[in-house]
Design a protein around this ligand. Structure first.
Ligand SMILES: Cc1ncc(COP(=O)(O)O)c(C=O)c1O
Length: 383
């Protein structure tokens, strides 16, 4: 069985470890913020990249036949999702793709709806493209989030919404949407001519009995665009290669005309090579990493809840990000100082994901068990 390799990434110029500064003076600050992993990627990926690096020609390339067939097989086998090759487009990242879709499918001033709290780049992309941001707030029932469908529908109608950016599975609340939830959202979108941009970058991190259902499998609604990538699943973000699936020919034509205008790039050669290898042979590595992440989650939840029963930690149905509310023990304005300076830990703070979550933190679980244990003991020693 392939061994999962934990790497000490400190002083490697990585955002997660090296773009942090705290006043903690009792040892090394442990960052659990930026959503990448502290594990070396799968051996099949490392080998494929090493071979290409040795070849030494890094000119212009495109994703080859095996890239397409490995990805199409991955989607079929894991999600029973049938993807045709001609539907696939590429981008240098999912966030870049979100921006391109916003620019190609909507006009300045158009309304775009998101479900908060959610990955901060959704709101930033809407705002930076001068579209109107509409928020359908998720409902927090003791840590488990659900959708206020009446509010969703009303806001779409009242604001003549043109695009819905769906996060599935959901970062940061950890939900894996059920079929009936997806069907209801899509049916409201279909009735109101709202294009659905379904960000499924976290689709490989689903735990327990939860099943990720691709939005495109839920209904015949044609106006769905899916985004995904090997980068989150296999820790390849710096290789910059993501996938856009556009089933509807009309939307594809709009998208193609936009991206030819901006001289779209499909990412770099190492990105194609890595994705091809990962989708082809990365399953075993992924299953082991998922086991580490879920153990980390269980330990964190058990340890923190034992001492502080009123910390709310949302069920981790999907993603590798735990969502925790410390509101019963810390005031919003105390969070930064407590975690960073007293504990020497860096989390993402709730305030960046939406309103009404200023006492929440998002905790990245994709690290060693040792780090998670240390994070827990620094919290329990200091709170
Ligand atoms: C929901 C979601 N979409 C997109 C991204 C980033 O994707 P990329 O690095 O491909 O732009 C993240 C990263 O955490 C994410 O959580």
């Amino acid at each position: 069985m392939e061994k999962i390799i934990y790497r000490n990434r400190k002083n490697t110029d990585c955002y997660k470890w090296d773009a942090v500064s705290t006043k903690y003076d009792k040892g090394v600050t442990i960052p659990a913020w930026v959503a990448d992993m502290d594990f070396a990627t799968a051996k099949c990926v490392r080998d494929a990249i090493a071979e290409s690096a040795k070849f030494g020609v890094y000119g212009y390339y495109f994703p080859g036949d095996n890239y397409y067939s490995n990805f199409i097989k991955w989607e079929k086998e894991r999600f029973n999702h049938t993807v045709k090759r001609e539907w696939i487009r590429f981008s240098t990242g999912v966030v870049a793709a979100i921006n391109w879709i916003i620019q190609s499918m909507t006009n300045e001033g158009d309304s775009i709806i998101i479900q908060t709290p959610v990955y901060h780049q959704f709101a930033e992309s809407v705002n930076s493209n001068k579209r109107k941001l509409i928020c359908n707030e998720l409902v927090n029932n003791n840590g488990t989030y659900t959708i206020d469908f009446d509010d969703f529908e009303k806001k779409i109608k009242d604001n003549n919404v043109k695009l819905f950016i769906l996060c599935s599975p959901h970062n940061p609340v950890g939900r894996v949407w059920k079929k009936d939830e997806l069907a209801r959202m899509l049916s409201i979108c279909s009735e109101n001519n709202v294009i659905v941009l379904s960000d499924e970058i976290h689709h490989d991190f689903v735990f327990g009995d939860n099943v990720h259902i691709p939005s495109m499998n839920v209904s015949n609604y044609e106006n769905i665009i899916m985004l995904t990538s090997s980068t989150k699943t296999f820790n390849l973000a710096a290789l910059e290669n993501s996938i856009i699936i556009i089933r509807n020919k009309k939307l594809r034509d709009i998208y193609d005309s936009k991206t030819s205008d901006i001289h779209e790039s499909s990412g770099n050669i190492m990105g194609y090579i890595a994705a091809e290898a990962a989708f082809g042979n990365g399953q075993e590595w992924l299953e082991q990493v998922k086991t580490i992440i879920y153990n980390n989650y269980n330990y964190l939840k058990k340890t923190l809840k034992k001492k502080y029963p009123n910390i709310s930690i949302s069920p981790l149905e999907g993603t590798y990000l735990a969502w925790a509310d410390f509101g019963c023990y810390l005031k919003a304005k105390e969070l930064h100082n407590f975690f960073e300076n007293k504990c020497g830990i860096v989390f993402n703070y709730g305030e960046s994901f939406g309103n009404n979550c200023s006492t929440f933190v998002r905790i990245n679980l994709a690290t060693s068990f040792k780090n998670i244990k240390e994070i827990c003991s620094r919290i329990t020693d200091n709170l």
